[in-house]
Ligand binder design. Sequence first.
Ligand SMILES: [Zn+2]
Length: 114
Amino acid sequence: MNDTDLQKFKQLLEVQRDELMASQQMAQGATKTVELDQASVGRISRMDAMQSQSMAVETTRLRQQQLRKIASALALIESGDYGYCSLCDNEINLKRLEIDPASTMCVPCASKQE
Ligand SMILES: [Zn+2]
């Protein structure tokens, strides 16, 4: 991969990371609101609140997983190993990286994982 592509993916990853961190911060604010409201609401709406809170927990988990993927992709850019499959060392298709710059596996390896 040439430097121009590398810089492009670095930028994409940094934008994604910043967006994830921003929504993380917003979500933390929202979770606090739910906790405060619980004192004044009835049983049914408390269950609603709990349900939406467990959904928020799942969203947070996925977001953190994605943040870790982005962080390791950025580390690979720094070390010069970005764009190679973590399993077979083949180059990852550029089109695939354009869709998900944080992918660390080529298409054949990724589909074997599923
Ligand atoms: Zn592979």
